[in-house]
Design a binder for this molecule. Structure first.
Ligand code: SF4
Length: 280
């Protein structure tokens, strides 16, 4: 069986940076908690938990004697203010590209006009990003974009992990909704590179395996793109998901398989899947 790995796959710069910051901090004997899971990947989170890094899910549960690591997706402003007020020490692992998106929204809030964020309103990145303006409109489907009333001025920002094609489609609709419109393509390069790589790889192989958490936004989008180009696409969280007899029998029939992984999937997991497929 031929195994081809996408040219861009796995850990992105933001995730590598966050893990490096935490590891260096832990080496100095410090203790850390994260506000919400650091990234959406269970094996990586289990590994952090083994080193005493646990996540808290609400401000009430933040321990005052532990450093709070701000995750790659960032945190809402009211949480940031609460932390400052309580004097809790922080380690800011917000991805610089998420920070850039927040700064754009903060600046836009000083202008007149509607601010539209294209993305998932329930995703932590968007929950944090929207707190940088008094009022934003979140759009996550073409129908929602169509339903927006016309206005004089509009600014459009994207969730960093959005599907580029989807963003273009939404923008095409919004262009008719405002007399003046400003578009900020804040989809991060790592996301775009991984999407392009799977788009290129999917038609060249019999099947595609996408590795990453089922709640990871960028992984779900990679899978969606893979599926559009190759109907034999499979989304797994870890290599263990492949070790089921029905799945093994199915993939053993393919002569070529493409593998990709979301931005929060560790290289070791990708390697495990590659080795497993090679030995099938
Ligand atoms: S996917 Fe992009 S925005 Fe998100 S952490 Fe990685 S580099 Fe940053």
């Amino acid at each position: 069986m031929k195994i081809l790995v996408a040219e861009e796959a796995g850990f992105c710069f933001g995730v590598k940076r966050a893990l490096k910051l935490i590891n260096e901090y832990l080496k100095n004997g410090n203790t850390i908690q994260t506000f919400g899971p650091l990234i959406h990947n269970i094996p990586v989170l289990n590994n952090l938990a083994a080193q005493g890094v646990h996540s808290v899910d609400s401000v009430r549960n933040i321990k005052k004697n532990k450093t709070l690591c701000i995750r790659t997706h960032g945190i809402p402003r009211h949480v940031e203010k609460y932390i400052q007020k309580k004097g809790i020490s922080t380690l800011d692992a917000t991805c610089p590209l998420v920070k850039k998106e927040q700064k754009i929204i903060e600046k836009l809030d000083k202008n007149k006009g509607r601010i539209v964020i294209v993305g998932d309103k329930d995703h932590p990145e968007i929950i944090a990003a929207r707190s940088y303006a008094r009022k934003v409109t979140i759009v996550n489907s073409l129908a929602e974009a169509e339903a927006l009333p016309a206005c004089a001025q509009m600014s459009v920002v994207a969730q960093t992990t959005l599907n580029s094609e989807f963003f273009k489609q939404v923008v095409a609709i919004l262009l008719d909704k405002a007399e003046k419109i400003e578009i900020f393509n804040t989809i991060c390069q790592a996301t775009q590179d991984r999407q392009q790589a799977v788009k290129k790889l999917a038609p060249q192989v019999d099947a595609i395996i996408v590795i990453g958490s089922k709640i990871s936004s960028n992984t779900k989008k990679l899978f969606h793109i893979a599926k559009e180009k190759n109907k034999n696409s499979l989304h797994i969280e870890t290599c263990a998901d492949l070790q089921k007899p029905a799945i093994m029998a199915k993939i053993a029939k393919y002569s070529s398989i493409g593998v990709t992984a979301g931005a929060s999937t560790a290289p070791e997991e990708l390697e495990r899947v590659k080795n497993f497929l090679q030995n099938l």
